[in-house]
Ligand binder design. Structure first.
Ligand SMILES: *Cc1c(COP(=O)(O)O)cnc(C)c1O
Length: 363
């Protein structure tokens, strides 16, 4: 039975974010920027020590144990950290809390596609300044009056990192609006804007356990800011859903943060594989951005991106591709293990004859 138009008129409808494919069979999964390595060993222990009998009780609504671990790690007060169900949850709450102006918020035209979805969902006006021809943010575009600013650093899916002086320049030119820096990939990149928190009262930094901390499936994200803005976030959270974080997420998250050495070694491995993979891409004739994230953003001047995408998929190798204007010829390839990347490059060589074509180009 079709729902009548009179009824639909008063229903909030929205064009949703489309997540990357999550195939349930075993494949080489380089399509959603997950970490190929398991989380810190302490996470397994924390999970084993959980007593299912405690599941009858609600978790700590303040996420105390996790927030304490994060505050210690980032050397901020516990009242400067907010935790949520992945940074998507944290960012969605940030949009609801901080982007409450009639003026448009600003974010780049090529960026994390969820921003547009939240803006539409909450009916926040927005404008999308264009990245320049090298996919760089143009700082002057963010100097105009606005209702808030958000961008990822490194940006996604371009993988390009802007130095901290760029972030600071945006903060300085936006003293009267909230600037959210989405640092989902910062651990693979460089200095974090967390060090500017004490200097700019308009700054919110969000990070996630999904990439560098190997815990996408546990759904943990967080925001770091000054106590007043964190309180605003908490007030909205407690007006929406008090118990967002499960008992398992709280203890596993805290255990993960406490194992700093394991974390650093894991990030180092990914960065090494990434830099090696850049060399391999070059040998095969790809053109790509100077990635500072855990993924590569590459196109091949002679081969159609969709054709490469489908060929790889046919071989059980999943990467990400958007049929979308300026980035339509690019593939986003998550940095996997060295073995996974070998399979990717072997497949590109064999199935597409890339090495051969490169030889022919030289002649
Ligand atoms: C992956 C990602 C997120 C969200 O990750 P969660 O799994 O929800 O923590 C947010 N922003 C960007 C730019 C991302 O790439």
């Amino acid at each position: 039975m079709a729902v009548r138009a009179e009824l639909l008129r008063n229903i909030r409808t929205v064009e949703p974010y489309v997540p990357g494919e999550q195939p349930q069979e075993k494949v080489v999964k380089l399509n959603t920027n997950e970490n190929p390595y398991p989380p810190a060993p302490g996470v397994e222990k924390a999970l084993r020590d959980l007593d299912p009998a405690d599941f009858r009780l609600y978790p700590d609504p303040a996420s105390g144990e996790l927030i304490k671990a994060l505050a210690e790690e980032y050397k901020v007060g516990e009242d400067q950290v907010f935790a949520g169900v992945g940074s998507d949850d944290v960012l969605a709450l940030c949009f609801l809390t901080f982007f409450n102006s009639d003026k448009p918020i600003l974010f780049p035209d090529i960026t994390y596609s969820f921003y547009k979805v939240w803006a539409q969902l909450y009916r926040i006006p927005y404008e999308c300044p264009k990245l320049d021809e090298n996919f760089r943010l143009v700082r002057e575009d963010y100097y105009k009056e606005n209702g808030g600013v958000i961008f990822p650093n490194p940006n996604a899916p371009t993988a390009i990192y802007e130095e901290l002086d760029f972030v600071e320049d945006i903060l300085r030119h936006n003293r009267d609006s909230i600037v959210i820096v989405d640092e989902a990939y910062i651990d693979f990149a460089g200095r974090s804007a967390v060090e500017l928190i004490g200097k700019y009262d308009n700054l919110i930094v969000t990070q996630t356990f999904s990439k560098s901390r190997s815990m996408a499936g546990m759904r943990i994200g967080y925001a770091i800011s000054n106590p007043e803005l964190i309180k605003c976030l908490n007030d909205v959270k407690y007006s929406f859903n008090s118990y967002t974080m499960s008992r398992a997420a709280l203890v596993c998250g805290a255990a993960c943060v406490r194992d700093r050495e394991y974390f650093k070694a894991g990030v180092r491995k990914i960065v090494e594989t990434r830099e090696w993979a850049k060399g391999e891409l070059t040998k095969l004739g790809f053109v790509f951005t100077d990635s500072k994230a855990n993924f590569l953003f590459a196109r091949h001047p002679q081969y159609d991106a969709n054709m490469i995408f489908e060929t790889l998929k046919g071989e059980g190798i999943y990467v990400r591709h958007w049929n979308d204007g300026r980035i339509g010829q690019y593939l986003r390839i998550t940095v996997g293990t060295r073995e996974e990347m070998d399979r990717l490059f072997d497949c590109l060589k064999e199935k597409l004859g890339l090495e051969k074509s490169k030889q022919e180009n030289k002649e």
